[in-house]
Design a protein around this ligand. Structure first.
Ligand code: FMN
Length: 263
């Protein structure tokens, strides 16, 4: 039995979940692959029996790159395919969206789960206090045990989504307005004079949305809004409008820059 888990992660929450799950799937050889590192030629998976995809919820939707990944994935229908979305408060019907995206490719999603993690959306919220984060991580550990046992038995049929009214309002009305605008939202990133051209942002951006020009990052409007550039900048040189100026930056405490760097 071989499992491949693809992950998309800006600040490490989804990678941490993928890693924890991999440890618990001790019935199989597990390979973790950063979705941002694969090329078009690598979308075909020949030898995995199970395929998982772990990603964060953005504006009550899946990241655009996750949708693209599903659209290009070439796998045969016998595989057991599962999805896990990490979120900080309201996930909406993102799992149903993933299910539909797979259905369009004639692939049946076996199960889809939600795992609550600390917020990384610091343009709106302060990072959670450490004690609150610890509580969320403890709940996550419990949930991963349950999911791992579900997945190990190749069970099917569990699809976790928010309530129907929440979905209509957030994933439907509000989300649709915002989701389309995500790629160009990088125009709100501001570079201050602390930038020393270290290229951390360029190297970690999963969308390869950053070019370095005259030793400074330039965003090219295919942004995922994962905030990796802003959150991982060692100098605190990148802000989102004025909203993040006085906010502590966030990334998952167990995930290091080197774990997410893609070039
Ligand atoms: C642009 C953006 C939009 C987000 N939208 C939502 C959302 O709609 N609902 C939610 O519960 N969390 C939302 N979040 C929070 C993330 O989904 C959550 O913190 C996730 O675990 C981050 O994963 P990562 O560290 O792997 O990038 C959003 C975060 C960002 C950066």
């Amino acid at each position: 039995m071989r499992t491949v888990i693809y992950y998309f992660s800006g600040t490490g929450n989804s990678l941490a979940v993928a890693r924890d799950l991999a440890k618990q799937l001790n019935d199989s050889e597990v390979e973790l692959i950063n979705l941002a590192t694969i090329t078009i030629h690598e979308f075909k998976i020949l030898s995995a029996d199970r395929i998982g995809i772990v990603f964060p919820v953005y504006m009550w939707h899946m990241p655009h790159m996750v949708a693209t990944f599903i659209n290009k994935l070439l796998i045969d229908k016998s595989k057991y395919v599962f999805a896990i979305a990490t979120y900080d408060g309201i996930a909406g019907n993102v799992i149903n969206q993933v299910k539909k995206q797979f259905r369009l490719r004639r692939i049946k999603l076996a199960a889809g789960f939600l795992i609550k993690m600390p917020t990384n959306y610091i343009p709106l919220f302060n990072p959670m206090p450490v004690e609150e984060q610890q509580k969320i991580f403890a709940d996550k550990d419990q949930k991963i045990l349950i999911l791992a046992s579900y997945i190990k038995r190749n069970q099917r049929g569990r699809f976790e989504n928010s309530s129907i009214f929440t979905n209509l309002f957030f994933s439907g009305f509000l989300g649709k307005l915002g989701y389309k605008r995500i790629p160009a939202m990088d125009r709100y990133f501001i570079l201050n004079d602390k930038c020393n051209g270290c290229e951390v942002c360029y190297r970690i951006c999963p969308a390869k949305n950053i070019l370095m020009k005259n030793n400074c990052p330039q965003w090219t409007h295919k942004c995922e809004q994962c905030l990796a550039c802003l959150q991982w900048c060692p100098e605190g040189a990148i802000e989102f409008m004025k909203l993040t100026r006085n906010r502590k930056k966030y990334h998952h405490p167990d995930i290091k820059y080197g774990d997410l760097v893609i070039r």
